[in-house]
Ligand binder design. Structure first.
Ligand code: MG
Length: 306
């Protein structure tokens, strides 16, 4: 049987070097981060979020952002991006020569205050300022909309609120909004509810999905997104990551697990699974614990049997 409703090709955004490593208690030295980014590019990734230009006090793991950007080997056709909170971050990211920046407003007031020390409205004003300034230098701006499927402080989030905020982000000049499940509470029914609302105002091609596997639903959420026509997904090599302001949030969806699914479905991602596993492997001794990716673990177990 052939499933004709799924897309034939998707674009992945690899967030491991940033979203993954920023949440590890251990500081991974710049040389290892640089090598990691280079291996991810060699595995076939076309978009890699390399680092974050944020205040070191809040995110000490990313204190070497400029050094990492300067050290990577730029591969043709790969977009190297960085997370930024505001105009200061934009300026630093631009100086470091990134190809794109990503900003991270939230859908709920409590999370916005904790994560950004701004109200939702203030964060939207910052997004507008950043988009205006970035446009003058031709830099695309992506946004993560945190807590799109639930908030650790406020609980459920109305899909109509996510719709309205996503539309305002696109109006402000954001080219792609990653609807982000910060605490890993999404499930297919909720994904469909949110997408139904959001796509009533925003084209599918302006949307990405960013899932966490906290409750084991990340892959089935991706599958639901694929069926709805979404073709952009975020994932983190090895399944590293979480959120420092989201209690109980465990890892991002592992890129290995996502690529295994996509390969099985015959959906092109450009990423080679075996090379991706090799890209993640050196991280394990650096972070000092097993990588949570199921597919990575299975590959390790198989390798150990030989
Ligand atoms: Mg994440």
């Amino acid at each position: 049987m052939h499933n004709a409703v799924l897309p034939s090709k998707v674009r992945l955004v690899e967030v491991g070097p940033r979203d993954g490593l920023q949440n590890e208690p251990v500081f991974v030295p710049a040389a290892h981060k640089i090598a990691f980014v280079n291996r991810l590019a060699d595995a076939g990734h076309s978009t890699i979020e390399v680092t974050a230009f944020v205040t070191t006090k809040y995110l000490p793991q990313m204190a070497d952002a400029a050094e990492v950007c300067a050290g990577i080997t730029r591969k043709a056709g790969v977009r190297y991006t960085a997370l930024i909170p505001n105009l200061v971050g934009l300026s630093r990211a631009r100086d470091a020569g990134v190809d794109e920046v990503a900003i991270f407003p939230a859908a709920t007031e409590a999370f916005s205050r904790r994560n950004l020390n701004q109200t939702v409205e203030e964060a939207l004003a910052t997004v507008a300022d950043v988009c205006r300034e970035a446009r003058s230098s031709g830099l695309p701006v992506r946004a993560y909309l945190s807590t799109s499927f639930g908030c650790p402080f406020e609980g459920p989030v109305a899909p109509s609120r996510v719709r309205d905020l996503t539309a305002r982000l696109i109006d402000a000049g954001i080219y792609e909004v990653a609807l982000s499940d910060t605490i890993g509470v999404a499930h297919p029914r909720l994904v469909l509810d949110v997408l139904e609302q959001v796509t009533s105002r925003v084209p599918l091609t302006s949307l990405a999905l960013h899932f966490h596997d906290t409750r084991g639903t990340a892959l089935v959420n991706v599958y639901t997104g694929l069926q709805a026509g979404i073709t952009r997904f975020d994932a983190s090599a090895g399944g590293l990551g979480g959120c420092p302001y989201a209690p109980g949030a465990t890892g991002n969806l592992a890129t290995e697990d996502l690529v295994y699914l996509l390969d099985g479905l015959g959906i092109e991602s450009g990423v080679q699974l075996d090379r991706l596993i090799e890209a993640s492997r050196p991280l394990e001794p650096l972070v000092g614990h097993p990588l949570p990716s199921r597919v990575f673990r299975a590959a390790q177990a198989t390798a150990n049997q030989r």
